[in-house]
Design a binder for this molecule. Sequence first.
Ligand SMILES: [Zn+2]
Length: 268
Amino acid sequence: MNIDSPIEDSLPTEVKSAVGSSVHLPEIDITELPSKLLPYGEGAKITYRPYTYGELLQFNQSKLSKSDQFKRVLSGINTSFPVDDLSYFDFIYIGLLRKISTFGGDKFTLTFGCSECGKSNNTYLGLTDLEFQDIEIPSLPVILDVDDNTHIEISTLTIKNYLFLLDNDLLTDKTAVYAASVTNMEFNAAKDLISSLTGDIIQDLESVDAMLYLGIKPIDCTCSSCDAKNSISIDEPGVLVSPFRGSSVATRSRIRFGWSRCYQSFLY
Ligand SMILES: [Zn+2]
């Protein structure tokens, strides 16, 4: 080993994470996304890096709001366009990639409380267990003619607009969610227009929404205690962040004696 080279250069990713600096972490390219990168235009580039040990500690120790948790997840994603223009479901997908890449291997832990008996369960999933619904259209935005003079342009909901809805407690307001996906009109104007719609156009709007929906299908998990089937929705910040808490991270001991493997113990 050359004494002049920084020690981090010779360490596995996991140790670099543990050291806490993001400078030496790999930037991993993304070529596939639920949106097929349609919202970002030709030649868009997206990379992400694993979490640093310091970031994991912050997730564990602080009482961050949902919105702030999302922003932490977002902070390790680099894009050739404004990062908060990422579509919400692309963001969820990349968030899972960040988590998986941090711990090596290809699995992550999903913790859920059984809906029947309340027992806390851990289940281990890989990306291939997740079914993302891909976008079903050739290009964006989708244009919907309201009348002879007015049209609305609709794109996938961005993480920026998702956070706006979250911060203003509007995620359950369907009109607000539609309005937040309109790209050629200011939010309040779009909301007023959509509220005033009548007739067939409402069905058209719902069809467009379905075409743009990139959600993740819920995962069926069986409770280890009572065998009840639980359907777990994973497109929530809790899933992106909670596996860093306490026991759910300590899935198994990887401690080995001798340098070759003991670095793993930094993370557990
Ligand atoms: Zn149960």
